[in-house]
Write a protein that binds this ligand. Sequence first.
Ligand code: 5GP
Ligand code: ZN
Length: 115
Amino acid sequence: MADDCIFCKLASGAIPTDFLYEDEDVAAFRDISPRQPVHILIIPKAHIPSLADITPEHQALLGKICLVAKKLAAENGVAESGYRLLTNCGADSGQEVPHLHFHLIGGQYLGPFCS
Ligand code: 5GP
Ligand code: ZN
């Protein structure tokens, strides 16, 4: 856990939040500023700054995150209509929070991939 990391504080319960999913490795909660009708953040509980910091030892964790995304998509009504799972990595992506997270967005037509 990184002491100054907001997502570490959310994942650890130091800052209470409503989890849509939680296990020993992964947590998911709604984005505080949703840009789509469904906007969920899925994070590893471990402090990994970004995708640039993953190693082969994270392979199972990343697979689990994809399965959690599939489950949450179904639970939030976008499994059939479609959705997007994305992570921002580094300055040019606009990554704001330096704790690896995946945005699960959907609930309306999302348009082209890039803006
Ligand atoms: P990034 O730009 O780093 O990919 O996305 C960070 C996301 O975290 C943003 O969509 C932002 O709204 C969200 N966020 C930032 N702080 C908080 C917080 O304290 N709680 C929640 N639930 N989301 C947050
Ligand atoms: Zn963190």
